[in-house]
Design a protein around this ligand. Structure first.
Ligand code: MG
Length: 393
């Protein structure tokens, strides 16, 4: 098997979304569009390498967007999209790939099924593109523009039978499309299939996907946000924990050292707030409880900072494609007073979870001197967490 390499074209300036960040680097659901697109290709088992063609000015934005993704080093593009693709193709010549998939980086929702259909078709075609039949009736406007802002007048109806809308990734036998691009230098062709057609290559159309949209305008960005949100659901989890007071001069509470007349007894650092919160997060994704991940019988966790437990729960959520919406912790005790430490606790939890402090609440209450907390024998904590998760998970 010869290698299949994906080239993501991200060298455009995206002027239709206005000045500022080019569209492929804009945030979509908390992640740059380019990163979302790259992850789809990296996750596909039949694609061996992914390279992004970037604008020479975008090195910093690129590095920030892709982070630690396992991509080939980026290459600079040219003055037009067509030049950028040709430069991308030239850059992988030494790797001698069998096939190449050329994709607009501003299409973040390409599905594994579309990738499979394109790659499958390349077994019998020199090129294959995803496309959708045109279903709307097509009108041609009169060439005379009329006065500014006037509604354009219809000049005629265009026969739509046999017309298709081309998407990407467009797949090709590598050496054939490289030769076609070299031959097309200087001609203005709108996509790589047009370059292939001009060279006489046979290109098939496979079923595209309405969700495989190209983010070009602000309304595309809004539609993309809705697509993402539509595939998500909110899940909740709750946690509860108690630790007994013991001799000492401070307690760890929600990740903060709180001076007190007693300490808290426990196998780890006995941070009752972080334990309840860790259980709430694990509960939201059905991932057991703190004891099943960090057994108290394991000496490894003796005196462990509870940061470790909370970070672990947060990483399980991130690995499953989830995001923390908000968390809320209630500490139940007569003493120590929580109020003076509340902001520090919120900040510390936000830092550990990698979210904004506005998504973290820490509250405190007493039990009116009733029960074990009222008798100052220990501290109890309750927590609840809401997590946004992909609903197919
Ligand atoms: Mg505990």
């Amino acid at each position: 098997m010869t290698a299949c390499i994906a080239l993501l074209v991200a060298a455009g300036r995206g002027s239709r979304l206005g000045p500022g960040t080019p569209k492929q680097y804009r945030q979509l659901g908390g992640m740059p569009i380019l990163r979302r697109a790259a992850m789809r290709f990296l996750a596909h088992p039949r694609i061996d390498h992914v390279r992004v063609v970037i604008h020479a000015d975008d090195g910093d934005a690129y590095r920030e967007a892709v982070g630690d993704l396992a991509l080939l080093p980026p290459v600079p593009g040219g003055a037009s999209r067509q030049d950028s693709v040709r430069l991308g193709l030239e850059s992988i010549e030494a790797m001698a790939p069998g096939q190449v998939l050329i994709h607009d980086a501003a299409r973040p929702f390409v599905s594994a099924a579309v990738l499979d259909r394109v790659i499958d078709a390349l077994e019998s075609w020199e090129g294959a593109i995803p496309a959708l039949p045109v279903v709307d009736t097509l009108k041609r406007q009169a060439t005379a523009p009329g006065e500014a802002n006037a509604a354009p007048e219809i000049d005629g109806t265009v026969e739509r039978a046999g017309l298709w809308r081309a998407q990407t990734p467009q797949g090709f036998a590598y050496s054939a499309i490289l030769a076609a691009h070299r031959a097309a230098t200087g001609k203005a062709l709108t996509d790589d299939a047009a370059v292939a057609e001009a060279a006489g290559l046979r290109v098939a159309m496979v079923a595209g996907d309405e969700d495989n949209l190209k983010v070009t305008t602000e309304s595309d960005l809004l539609r993309s946000e809705r697509l993402l949100a539509g595939g998500d659901e909110i899940r909740s989890g709750m946690g509860f924990d108690v630790h007994r007071f013991c001799d000492g001069d401070h307690a760890m509470l929600c990740g903060i050292v709180v001076p007190h007349t007693h300490g808290l007894l426990g196998h780890s650092d006995a941070d009752v707030g972080l334990h309840a919160l860790t259980d709430a997060l694990l509960g939201a994704i059905g991932a057991g409880d703190i004891g099943s991940h960090f057994p108290p019988s394991d000496p490894k966790w003796r005196g462990a900072p509870s940061d470790v437990f909370l970070r672990h729960a947060a990483s399980l959520i991130a690995d499953a494609g989830g995001r923390i919406v908000n968390v809320d912790v209630t500490l139940i005790c007569e003493r120590p007073k929580i109020g003076p430490h509340r902001d520090a606790m919120r900040g510390r939890i936000a830092e550990l979870l990698g979210c904004a402090p506005s998504r973290v609440s820490v509250k405190a209450t007493t039990t009116e001197e009733l029960g074990f907390t009222g008798r100052r024998e220990g501290i109890a904590a309750q927590a609840i967490a809401s997590v946004r998760m992909p609903s197919n998970n």
